[in-house]
Design a binder for this molecule. Structure first.
Ligand code: PHE
Length: 343
């Protein structure tokens, strides 16, 4: 028994392995059911009393040497097998890929930032609206053809059939909501998605984004409107642009106008973006119709105001000269990645 112990001890001490697998084999060879050490312990039970103590110590020593040899080797292989970056704490991490801002989102915030400088606050409202906020309070008579003109998506008739639920066709509905709750002075810009029942093409979509503005106070004049829009156009398109207001019609403004800016691409000389006219149409505007103020319980004898509205996609198209509106909605990363600088 004594010799068995010392020969096993030298086996343990000289054991080396080339793989974790070999270490495991060694463990079984020692501690398995028929392992050398297991058998030795069985044999030990038979040993007479007087040598038990001495031999017992030796066997236990052998056992713990074998165990520590095995775990030592296992650990060495564990570390060697681990991916190397777990070892190299100084290695730089791989950076997360940053996405880019959607061009519509960055044009939207650019527009809002300009109006914020002028003291306009941002107001938002629901996309699912009722007839009153989209048409009724904005001076559209019940059978007004403009209601068709806007090609509305209707969602639900109301119980009495009077105030149907629909998708807003413009963000002027937010202006109504603000005027219902707040007395002048009011100075807000209203960004948001709007919906119109139009066939999708390069120039039209059934969903797009608008930013509309509203200013209500005492002694507001058309000159204030013009100056606000001129400041906006110069900030957005450059100091050299000019604006032009053409007479137009909206039920909620009187007088009303279409706003054009001089084409910043050809400098007003005429190119294929402005179709040779030197002017680009960006939105509508006008002085708030007194009926609108009255229907929102603002005294139209004391207060007056101006309003304007523009399409964000339209401005993005002019800024980036991407001619097909659909590109902005398809989320093709090859298109979107081109806007890395536009934050
Ligand atoms: N609401 C109009 C539209 O959607 C734009 C507009 C806003 C016109 C305010 C005049 C004044 O077309």
């Amino acid at each position: 028994m004594q010799t068995k112990i010392s020969s096993l001890l030298s086996v343990v001490e000289s054991f080396t392995a080339n793989s974790v697998h070999e270490v495991e084999e060694f463990r079984v060879k020692m501690f398995g059911k028929k392992g050398d050490l297991t058998l030795l312990f069985d044999e030990f039970k038979q040993v007479p009393g007087e040598v038990k103590r001495e031999l017992g110590q030796k066997i236990n020593e052998l056992k713990s040497k074998a165990q520590s040899r095995i775990s030592e080797l296992k650990q060495a292989f564990d570390i060697a097998d681990a991916p190397t970056f777990a070892l190299d704490a100084s290695r730089p991490g791989s950076a997360d890929k940053l996405g880019t801002r959607h061009p519509i989102a960055s044009v939207r915030s650019e527009i809002l930032a300009i109006f914020r400088q002028l003291g306009f606050a941002v107001a938002e409202g629901p996309e699912i609206e009722d007839d009153r906020h989209v048409f009724g309070a904005l001076n559209f008579p019940p059978e007004h053809p403009a209601r068709d003109m806007q090609d509305t998506f209707f969602i639900e008739k109301s119980a009495n059939g009077e105030n149907p639920i629909l998708l807003r066709t413009h963000t002027s509905s937010i202006q109504v909501r603000v005027m219902e709750k707040q007395q002048p002075p009011i100075r807000i810009v209203c960004p948001g998605r709007v919906f119109r029942n139009e066939a999708i093409s390069a120039r039209a979509h059934c969903m797009f984004h608008q930013v509309e503005g509203l200013y209500v106070d005492q002694n507001v004049s058309f000159a204030d409107l013009k100056q606000t829009l001129l400041y906006f156009a110069k900030e957005l398109f450059g100091a050299n642009v000019e604006i032009r207001l053409r007479p137009s019609f909206f039920p909620f403004t009187e007088p009303s106008a279409e706003m054009d800016v001089s084409c910043s691409i050809c400098g007003g000389k005429g190119c294929n973006i402005c179709k040779g006219t030197g002017w680009l149409e960006v939105g509508g505007c006008g002085m708030v119709d007194p009926n609108v103020l009255d229907s929102c319980k603002i005294d139209s004898k004391t207060y007056g105001g101006f309003a304007f509205g523009m399409g964000v996609e339209r401005i993005a198209m002019l800024k980036y000269q991407a001619r097909d509106l659909r590109l902005y909605f398809e989320n093709d990363v090859r298109f979107l990645r081109q806007f890395t600088a536009a934050m």
